[in-house]
Ligand binder design. Structure first.
Ligand SMILES: NC(=O)C1=CN([C@@H]2O[C@H](COP(=O)(O)OP(=O)(O)OC[C@H]3O[C@@H](n4cnc5c(N)ncnc54)[C@H](O)[C@@H]3O)[C@@H](O)[C@H]2O)C=CC1
Ligand SMILES: N[C@@H](CC=O)C(=O)O
Length: 824
């Protein structure tokens, strides 16, 4: 049977074309572990996966079926029934499969006799004996795939993977492999891709530089898969196993652990160095060298997406998983110099000793190693061979480690971690060499409690306050989109779950107590006519033409709720005192309430009484943090003297673009389409929108008694009447700005709508400024705020940036929401 594999794998080739072409094929490597190949049902499942998810030319790497490797080891160690157990196992396995079972069993019997013979040798040919497991597995799967009409070929990997030297574990002969793979993919040179097959490679086995068969140790088949992927420049590697990827903690210990969707290669490396069973260190090394992407999936849950290991981090600064290694021994070597300590650390590594944390303390000249208890004697021998005398200080220790991209640069994570440790008697906090791991050593007896505690701290999100968004227009839609796209990131940074209870526009509202962010289809229906909603959605989307959503929200009176007002509605602004009285927090992009001193005062008082917050940073500067800057200056004792600048994003854009060539009204339509203007653009041209911003900032700066002196940016006569009559008057508007433009040109200046705030006067004027004026050269749509204060007197503090638009405003609202959820 074993020969069967070898016949296919060593075809000699006379390649006439470039031997590198198979590397351009985009081969996918799929590796199936022993548990995925342990029963006839599982084998059939694997065949389904292979037929559906692989292409001609893809490589399948297999481990031995079920526990066959362990049973072969038993045979080596002299267990009498071991080989007959293997025979019975295969008889059972093939009886449920659609293959020529008699032939297969005859071959197994034949091989078992060879194994028996090899076991009799002294010393036994261990690697050769163990290699039968993978060979049987490759042949069985190949044969079974045939019954699925899936052309496959069993391949003995030991004819492809050859070490370049006896000791360099990671060095495989690339030229040797290249020749062999070129031969395997011979059909490519004949221009006949259809002749390619799925190649079922034996995992775990290779050859040393003397051509002797060797096995690749623990998790050797995973290693074969990533090495083969590196050699054939594979497009992807999928490791199919019995667990559905990497979890936030070992799910056998922490039952609410969740699957981690993405890990970066650096995170994967850090996890593997900590001794993860599912991801061995040597498996990751080829991925790091070749930088291919990988995936760990369960062959039991085919539809799950498992854990993707990506070359670049999908996110950084978050804890992704917490690992635990129990039953470690602390071995200490005192009075040792750094060079000897490093040599010992290296030898420990080369001997494949499971050492999970080691540390050389320069000030104490002390080397500390934490090794698996089973590796204790091995470690002591290595240290003694270097003429040092180790002390076994303590047994029964656990290493618990947080892993996440660059978490060591995140002070918040470090302090959260250290705070949690206060309640435990920890042995040592350990900082490994990489920036992605934080470790603690603790006695085994306390370790599981600490693991649960840390998992709750970093992964169990506190429920957060339900959010209701009023307004689903330019800003509302973008805000919901970024909430959906960044939900996981926001939740992990706040350590709170996001709960979008309701969304409304002036037609409909949607409400779901189980978070609308996970129910995007419902939100999509908000723009539809009530009559076109089908019955399935009737419960979720309802008419809001008379603010009906507020009736449903009565259930939340005196409970915490965040109302996010993204309307331009007067009615909603006038309801703020009721919202505040109900004990609800407020976030506004709508400027109406915040710019009305009396209303804003009443709302602030009610919020204060109810210990609730009002965030409204976008009402004055879209995404520019103007209000928070003024607040911070005042909180630190500064006094604001004046604020001047250009506060209208739309007019900044319009006057920046207008050059007399294009009609002003056409530009106005473009500004509206870009969401730079108010829903009714007359609000911008009349100055009303900027006046609201001026009043909001005046209130923040403390200029409440100042006299107002505001001029519109367009003659009031052209702003009167309905919105339709305004657009009908476009030609007059165009004439007006054309004449103005000629005047400005004559003076060699630029037209800007400038606001100035002092404690005595608030002004807003259309001004002609010099091209050298600080407000002259702004990017299109920019706002600029020059704050002169007691501390920024001669040289004002300037805040400048995009002052209008969907993206920046929605991002500003999201900032407000995160600040609120952090404070509440
Ligand atoms: N566009 C921008 O750059 C900035 C806009 N803002 C403010 O954001 C607000 C929204 O602006 P846009 O999204 O451009 O307006 P929009 O007209 O596109 O959207 C307004 C939404 O509010 C809804 N609405 C009206 N009355 C309602 C009610 N009673 N209940 C529930 N929903 C209601 C409308 O149906 C619509 O969905 C405005 O107050 C604007 O001043 C603030 C900063 C920057
Ligand atoms: N229409 C406003 C948008 C932001 O508030 C502006 O032009 O600044």
């Amino acid at each position: 049977m074993a020969e069967q594999v070898q016949i296919h794998s060593t075809k000699s080739s006379k390649c006439v074309v470039s031997p590198t072409d198979y590397k351009k094929l985009g081969i996918n490597v799929h590796k199936f572990g022993g548990s995925s190949l342990a029963s006839s049902e599982q084998l059939q499942k694997v065949c389904e996966i292979v037929t559906k998810q692989t292409r001609l030319g893809d490589i399948i790497v297999v481990s031995a079926n079920g526990n066959v490797t362990d049973t072969l080891l038993d045979a080596i160690h002299g267990r009498v029934n071991a080989l007959s157990d293997i025979k019975s196992f295969y008889e059972r396995l093939v009886s449920g499969l659609d293959i020529e079972s008699e032939n297969f069993i005859a071959l197994i019997n034949n091989d078992i006799e060879s194994v028996r013979e090899l076991c009799r040798h002294c010393p036994a040919h261990n690697d050769e004996i163990l290699s039968f497991g993978e060979k049987w597995s490759a042949n069985l799967l190949t044969e079974l795939l045939g019954s699925y009409q899936c052309a496959a070929q069993a391949v003995d990997a030991s004819n492809y993977l050859k070490l370049t030297s006896l000791h360099e574990y990671n060095q495989f002969d690339e030229q040797f492999a290249d020749d062999k793979f070129s031969s395997l993919y011979q059909a490519l040179w004949d221009g006949d891709k259809e002749r390619l097959k799925r190649y079922v490679f034996t995992g775990f086995i290779a050859r040393d530089n003397n051509d002797q068969l060797i096995t690749l140790g623990r998790n050797g088949s995973d290693y074969s898969a990533t090495i083969i992927a590196q050699l054939v420049k594979a497009k992807s590697v999928t490791i199919w196993t019995d667990v559905d990827g990497i979890f936030t903690a070992d799910p056998n210990i922490v039952h609410n652990a969740k699957r981690v969707e993405h890990l970066s290669l650096c995170e994967a490396q850090a996890i593997s160095e900590l001794g993860a069973n599912v991801l061995h260190q040597k498996t990751v090394t080829p991925l790091l060298t070749y930088k291919t992407e990988a995936c760990i999936k369960s062959s039991f849950i085919e539809e799950s997406s498992g854990t993707q290991i990506t070359q670049h981090p999908v996110s950084s600064g978050h804890v992704k998983t917490i690992t635990i290694k129990q039953s470690l021994t602390r071995i200490v070597v005192n009075n040792i110099n750094e060079l000897s300590a490093r040599t010992i650390q290296q030898r420990v590594l080369l001997n494949q000793v499971a050492s999970y944390a080691s540390n050389f303390d320069r000030t104490l000249d002390r080397l500390t190693l934490y090794v698996a208890e089973c590796d204790r004697f091995n470690t002591i021998s290595i240290i003694q061979a270097a003429q040092y005398y180790p002390v076994v200080e303590k047994n029964n220790l656990s290493l618990i480690s947080l892993v996440g991209q660059s978490i060591r640069q995140n002070q918040k994570i470090i302090s959260k971690f250290v705070n949690r440790l206060e309640r435990f008697a920890v042995e040592e906090i350990h900082y490994p060499a990489n920036a992605h791991t934080l470790c603690v050593l603790i006695e085994d007896t306390q370790a599981i409690n600490l693991l649960h505690d840390l998992h709750d701290t970093f992964f169990v999100l506190e429920p957060s306050i339900p959010i209701v968004v009023l307004g689903y227009g330019n800003i509302g839609k973008q805000f919901i989109r970024i909430l959906q796209d960044n939900k996981a990131e926001i939740e992990s940074s706040l350590n709170k779950s996001l709960s979008l209870l309701g969304v409304a526009n002036s037609r409909n509202y949607a409400l779901s107590r189980s978070c609308l962010l996970d129910n995007a289809d419902v939100i999509d229906l908000l723009d539809q006519d009530g009559s076109s909603l089908n019955s399935v959605h009737e419960g979720a989307v309802n008419s809001n033409q008379r603010n009906e959503i507020l009736n449903v929200l009565k259930d939340y009176v005196h409970k915490e709720l965040v109302i996010v007002d993204l309307t331009a509605s007067n009615d909603i602004a006038n309801l703020y005192p009721i919202f505040a009285g109900n004990g609800w927090h407020l976030i506004s992009a709508n400027k109406i309430a915040a710019s009305n001193h009396e209303l804003a005062g009443q709302v602030e008082k009610l919020l204060q009484d109810n210990k609730r917050y009002w965030f409204k940073n976008t009402t004055a500067g879209a995404g520019i943090p103007i209000q928070s800057s003024i607040k911070k200056l005042k909180e630190s004792g500064d006094k604001i003297i004046s604020i001047s600048g250009i506060f209208s994003g739309s007019l900044s854009w319009l006057f920046g673009q207008f050059n007399g060539q294009q009609k002003f009204s056409e530009l106005l339509l473009e500004a509206k389409a870009n969401a730079f203007t108010e829903p009714d653009p007359r609000e911008d041209l009349s100055g009303n929108d900027v006046i609201r911003k001026i009043r909001i900032l005046a209130r923040d700066a403390g200029f409440i008694d100042a006299v107002e002196n505001f001029e519109p940016a367009l003659d009031e006569a052209l702003l009167e009447g309905s919105l339709q009559s305004f657009w009908d008057n476009s030609s007059k508007i165009d004439e007006h700005y054309e004449t103005l433009y000629q005047q400005v040109q004559k003076q060699g200046g630029l037209l800007r709508y400038i606001a100035t705030l002092t404690k005595d006067e608030l002004t807003l004027k259309l001004e002609i400024i010099e091209p050298s004026h600080p407000f002259a050269n702004l990017n299109p749509c920019d706002n600029v705020f020059a704050i002169r204060s007691q501390w920024y007197n001669d040289n004002p503090l300037i805040l400048q940036g995009p002052g209008a638009g969907r993206e920046v405003t929605a991002a500003g609202v999201l900032n407000d929401l995160c600040d609120l959820l952090r404070s509440a």
